[in-house]
Unconditional design. Structure first.
Length: 532
C-alpha cells in the first residue's frame, strides 16, 4: 500500500517513531566516550587488544584467548580499529547494537503480525534501560542478534528441518561468541514457542521433539567443545536477591534516574491496563504462553549468575522487546489516538532528556580524566577509590565515572586493578607478576578502607591486593565530589575535577603500626559487600 494511502493516524505514528528513533541514536554521535558505567573499561580493554603484539602493547597485560561466550566486542572492535581507530570503532559498535535492538524487535513483530505497531516504540524506550545504559555492550549486541535470529526462525517455522538446522547453527555459533545470556533468550523463546505450537495443534509432540532437537543440537555441541577445550562461561558466584525482584520492575527503564524509571514504569503499566480494559490491546494466541515464559524466567533466574550481575533485569528488557510481537493492538479513534500518541512520545522524550543531560555533562568529565593521565609516569600502578563508604557512589548519574580511570592502561600504559580481566569472561589478563594486585571484583574501593589499612587498622576480610596498597601502587583516584586530602601524610594531590581527585602516593619511611589481631590476615567476612 502506498504511504500516502495509509490512514493519517498510521502516518503520524510512523513519523513520531522516526523522530524518536533518530533522537535515541543521536547521543552516540555527539560524544567521544558514551557516559555508560562500563563503557570506559571496555574501551580500555579494546585498546589493549588492538595494540597486542605491537610496540605499543601494554607490558602489564597479556592476551589469552579461549572458547567462552562473552566476546562480541573483543572479536570485532580490534579488527574494526585497523580502519577507524579504537575510539570510533567502539561508538560504531554501540550504534550498530542499538540499531539491532530496535530493528530486531520490529522484525519479530513483523513476522508474527504482518505489520509493526508496538515494537519500534518499545525498542527506543528500552535503549537506555539499566542493562544498556550501564554498558553491558556484549549483551546488547548479542540480544540484538538474538532478536533477528528469533524473527528469522519464526519466519522459517514451516521450512524443512535441514534448512532450519543450518540457520539455527549459524545463530547459535554467533550468539555463543557474543554473549551466553543472549543465546539463552534466543533458545528459551524459540523452544517455548515450539511447545505452544505442539499444544495448539492438540498434541503434535513427535514433531515438537524433532523441532526442539534441531534447536538444541548446535548449542549442545558448542558447550561440549567448550568443556573439552577448557573454556568456561564465567566464574562461580550466584545470588538471588529475591526481595529486590518486585522493585526492579520499577527501576529498570532508565539507567540514570530511579525516579524517571519508576514514573515511566507506572505510566506504562497504567496504559497497558487501560488498553486491556477497553479491548484495545489483546494477547495473540501464543501471547499468554510467552508472557508466562518471561514471568517464570524472571522469578526463577538468579540476579547474579556465573559472576554476571543483573541477569533478571536483562530478562525484563528482553521481554519488553519480544512481547509486542504477541500483542494485538486496535488503534483508538479521534482524540483518543492523539492522546495516546502524545503520551507515548512524551514518556520516551522525558527518558531521553535524562540521557542527553548525563551524556553531555560527561564530555567535560572524561576530557579532564584523559588530561590527568598526561603527567603520569609510564607503567604506573593506579588504584581507584570512592570518596564515600560502601557503595562508594549512590547517585546513578555519578556511576559513569566509576571506570574512567581504567583508560590509564592506554594513555599511560598503566596497570589498573579495576580493569575487567575476569577469567572466562574477558581475554585480557594481568601478567603473572601483577596478578596478586588485581581486583577480583572490579569497582572503586572505599577510601575509608585505604585509610584504615594505611593507619595499621586493617579490617577483617580486607582483599589481599589492598594490604600493601601504599607500597604497591603509585597513584590513586578518589572518585566523587572533591573533598580534603584524606591522608596528607600519604597522598599528594596532582589534579582535581568535578568528579575525581588524582593523588600521587608518597612512600612512607616506616611501616604503619600494627592493627591488632585483625590486621594482616584474611577473613571470610566481606568488607565491601555491595561490590559482590
Amino acid at each position: 500500500m502506498p504511504v500516502n494511502s495509509r490512514p493519517p493516524r498510521e502516518i503520524a505514528a510512523r513519523w513520531l517513531f522516526v523522530g524518536l528513533c533518530a533522537a535515541s541514536l543521536a547521543p552516540v554521535l555527539l560524544v567521544r566516550i558514551p557516559a555508560m558505567v562500563d563503557y570506559p573499561d571496555h574501551l580500555a580493554r579494546m585498546y589493549i587488544l588492538a595494540a597486542n603484539g605491537t610496540a605499543a602493547a601494554n607490558p602489564a597485560y597479556r592476551v589469552e584467548w579461549a572458547l567462552y561466550p562473552n566476546l562480541a566486542m573483543d572479536l570485532l572492535i580490534p579488527q574494526m580499529a585497523r580502519l577507524f581507530g579504537v575510539a570510533l570503532s567502539g561508538r560504531i559498535f554501540l550504534l550498530v547494537s542499538e540499531i539491532l535492538i530496535v530493528g530486531g524487535a520490529m522484525a519479530i513483530e513483523r513476522v508474527m503480525k504482518g505489520r509493526v505497531q508496538l515494537a519500534g516504540f518499545a525498542g527506543v524506550l528500552l535503549l537506555y534501560s539499566l542493562p544498556f545504559a550501564w554498558g553491558f555492550l556484549n549483551f546488547e549486541f548479542g540480544l540484538g542478534v538474538a532478536l533477528f535470529g528469533i524473527a528469522l526462525m519464526l519466519k522459517m517455522r514451516e521450512a524443512a528441518w535441514p534448512v532450519r538446522l543450518v540457520v539455527n547453527t549459524v545463530f547459535v555459533a554467533a550468539l555463543f561468541a557474543a554473549h551466553f545470556f543472549a543465546l539463552g533468550v534466543y533458545g528459551a523463546t524459540l523452544g517455548w514457542y515450539e511447545l505452544w505450537r505442539a499444544w495448539d495443534r492438540n498434541g503434535a509432540w513427535r514433531d515438537a521433539v524433532l523441532r526442539l532437537a534441531v534447536l538444541a543440537a548446535p548449542a549442545v555441541v558448542v558447550l561440549a567443545v567448550m568443556a573439552a577445550t577448557g573454556g568456561s562461561i564465567g566464574y562461580a558466584g550466584t545470588d538471588w536477591f529475591l526481595l529486590l525482584k518486585p522493585l526492579w520492575l520499577f527501576r529498570t527503564l532508565n539507567g540514570y534516574s530511579l525516579t524517571m524509571s519508576a514514573v515511566t514504569a507506572l505510566a506504562l503499566m497504567a496504559a497497558l491496563y487501560v488498553a486491556a480494559r477497553q479491548r484495545l490491546l489483546t494477547l495473540a494466541p501464543a501471547g499468554a504462553w510467552m508472557a508466562a515464559l518471561f514471568a517464570i524466567l524472571y522469578v526463577a533466574i538468579p540476579s547474579r549468575l556465573f559472576g554476571t550481575s543483573f541477569v533478571d533485569l536483562r530478562i525484563i528488557v528482553a521481554a519488553g522487546l519480544i512481547m509486542p510481537a504477541f500483542l494485538r493492538l486496535r488503534l483508538p479513534d479521534g482524540h483518543r489516538f492523539t492522546v495516546v500518541l502524545t503520551a507515548a512520545g512524551l514518556v520516551i522524550a522525558a527518558n531521553l532528556a535524562v540521557v542527553y543531560s548525563v551524556w553531555l555533562s560527561y564530555r567535560r568529565e572524561y576530557a579532564a580524566m584523559i588530561r590527568s593521565f598526561a603527567g603520569m609516569k609510564p607503567g604506573a600502578r593506579v588504584l581507584v577509590a570512592g570518596a564515600g563508604d560502601d557503595p562508594p557512589l549512590r547517585d546513578l548519574t555519578e556511576f559513569p565515572i566509576f571506570h574512567a580511570p581504567d583508560l590509564a592502561v592506554h594513555y599511560a600504559n598503566a596497570f589498573v586493578p579495576d580493569l575487567f580481566t575476569t577469567p572466562g569472561k574477558q581475554p585480557v589478563r594481568p601478567v603473572a607478576a601483577l596478578q596478586p594486585l588485581d581486583d577480583p571484583e572490579p569497582a572503586p574501593v572505599p577510601v575509608t578502607l585505604l585509610t584504615a589499612i594505611a593507619s595499621g587498622h586493617e579490617p577483617p576480610g580486607t582483599p589481599s591486593f589492598l594490604r600493601g596498597w601504599y607500597r604497591d601502587f603509585d597513584y590513586v583516584y578518589v572518585l566523587g565530589p572533591p573533598a580534603g586530602n584524606p591522608m596528607p601524610d600519604r597522598l599528594e594531590e596532582v589534579t582535581r575535577a568535578r568528579r575525581f581527585v588524582l593523588y600521587r602516593i608518597e612512600r612512607a619511611s616506616s611501616p604503619p603500626p600494627s592493627g591488632g589481631e585483625g590486621a594482616g590476615r584474611a577473613s571470610s567476612s566481606p568488607c565491601r559487600s555491595a561490590r559482590c
